[in-house]
Ligand binder design. Structure first.
Ligand code: ADP
Ligand code: MN
Ligand code: MN
Ligand code: MN
Ligand code: MN
Length: 368
């Protein structure tokens, strides 16, 4: 049995691939890779088609279809589902005029499928657009091999205890920086608002932030940033785990979240802090409802992570505080000092659907 690790790449010839991808681009045609969320509400799928020329607008991309019975989104006897393009990005893998197209999924009646939470999110974002809701999401993840073993962890036993890994530098504490830096550049090329990245508390664990993004853009960009991350990892022969608490980390290791930062134009102006504190009451009211949609399994995944330890809050009570990382929602110190800015919802799980999370925050704070 082979234990794959990141030294073991697929034995495909890189020089051969470089030759073909390095041929002059076709003068007019473009490859459009359609990306969508499958029936798990967590995994992504993609397929590619040729366009005679690069479309000018998102509405010029045709609706396409796929076999929903192979993605957990349909029965075999009535299997066609539709892909409706919603956002376009430059393709950092193929380069040139090729594109990645984020899509929403529709069933045979043109209604959103069960894991299409974008449709409802878009409706809410439209309703509150005058408040100019900004979001920034901090995506934590673990780099693992194909046996789901974290990168940098010994095959038997455990790495040295946590403490030196967060923002760590050096071969004994930073595992997989190749993936991180490649993903960062790829996001910039794609036109994604990547805010930054850092090594996290558990070895092999990293974070990137997307934002700020206004309204529905947050979900579109984070999903595409995740797609790019999975693809980059694939090229290095490793995988990305968005599990909030992979089994191997159940001991004294931090889990993975997707902290979601939020502000409205009022919060960003002088004395916006009063609107931020006001928002805490609204977020407290919807706490139970929010906890059910902050992971794709009805809140069950998050129960493994939100223990009240390892910089997390308890799942059953809503708490907030200034500069406190053991709260449900935190007001950053600098925001309190300046009297304006944003709040940070620390509850969402790393595998959350950003459409559900941003819709929940927007609805709680602005529509109740
Ligand atoms: P932390 O200190 O919690 O680790 P990070 O530096 O990882 O914070 O992430 C900060 C996030 O806050 C980024 O995603 C950024 O886009 C977001 N952010 C900054 N200002 C605002 C704002 N006014 N409204 C919403 N999000 C914001
Ligand atoms: Mn076919
Ligand atoms: Mn962060
Ligand atoms: Mn973090
Ligand atoms: Mn944070």
């Amino acid at each position: 049995m082979s234990h794959l690790n990141y030294e073991t790449r697929l034995p495909l010839g890189q020089a051969v691939i470089d030759h073909f991808l390095g041929l002059p681009a076709h003068p007019s045609k473009c490859q459009a890779t359609y990306v969508w969320i499958d029936g798990t509400g967590e995994q992504l799928r993609a397929k590619t088609r040729t366009m005679d020329s690069k479309p000018q607008n998102i509405t010029d991309y045709p609706v396409w279809n796929y076999d929903g019975s192979s993605t957990g989104q349909a029965e075999g006897i009535n299997s066609d589902r539709y892909l409706r393009p919603v956002a376009v990005f430059a393709d950092p893998f193929l380069g040139g005029q090729n594109v990645l197209v984020m899509c929403e999924t529709l069933d045979n009646d043109n209604k959103p499928t069960a894991t299409n939470h974008r449709d409802a999110c878009a409706t809410i974002m439209k309703e509150i657009s005058e408040e100019h809701p900004w979001f920034g999401m901090e995506q934590e993840y673990l780099i693992v091999d194909r046996d789901e073993h974290p990168l940098g962890w010994p095959k038997h036993g455990y790495p040295a205890p946590q403490g030196k890994y967060y923002c760590g530098v050096g071969a004994d504490r930073a595992f997989g920086r190749e993936v991180v830096e490649t993903h960062y550049r790829a996001c910039l090329h794609a036109g994604i608002n990547i805010f930054g990245s850092n090594a996290e508390v558990t070895p092999g664990q990293w974070e990137f932030q997307i934002g700020t993004c206004e309204g529905i853009d947050m979900g579109d960009q984070l999903w595409m940033a995740r797609y790019i991350l999975h693809r980059v990892a694939e090229q290095f022969g490793v995988c990305i785990s968005l599990d909030p608490k992979p089994k191997v980390t159940m001991g004294d290791w931090n889990g993975a979240g997707c902290h979601t930062n939020f502000s409205t134009s009022v919060m960003r102006k002088a004395n916006g802090i009063s609107a931020i504190i006001e928002a805490m009451k609204s977020l407290e009211k919807t706490h139970a409802e929010a906890m059910m949609v902050y992971d794709p399994n009805g809140g069950k995944d998050n129960l493994r992570r939100l223990t009240g330890r390892h910089e997390t809050s308890k799942p059953d009570t809503f708490t907030w505080g200034i500069a406190n990382r053991a709260c449900s929602v935190r007001i950053p110190r600098q925001v309190a000092d300046e009297g304006k800015g944003y709040l940070e919802d620390r509850r969402p799980s790393s595998n959350c659907d950003p459409y559900l999370v941003t819709a929940m925050i927007a609805k709680s704070v602005l529509l109740n």
